[in-house]
Write a new protein. Structure first.
Length: 83
């Protein structure tokens, strides 16, 4: 399921494959803290709980979930850091 067209470029890649909840969300927060406002973070996860967790986190933050994709139990997110 893709919410938006998937961006082909991004500023930072975070691969949390193999990590279980809550680590994908925690590492996503840490990676966003290192970026400048407006930069795009791509997150890859294999934990099904990340589908809910990351979307709820972004909805309650200044960040923007540009796109999300769930293909073959690999979850990908493109998050633009808020300013």
């Amino acid at each position: 399921m893709t919410e938006q067209p998937v961006p082909q470029t991004f500023d930072e890649l975070l691969d949390t494959s193999g990590l279980n909840c809550p680590l994908p969300l925690l590492k996503t927060k840490q990676a966003l803290n290192k970026l400048s406002g407006g930069q795009l973070l791509k997150v890859i996860a294999t934990d099904a709980g990340s589908w809910r967790d990351i979307q709820v986190f972004v909805n309650n933050s200044v960040h923007d979930l540009v796109a999300a994709d769930d293909t073959n139990d690999v979850y990908s997110y493109w998050i633009r850091k808020g300013i």
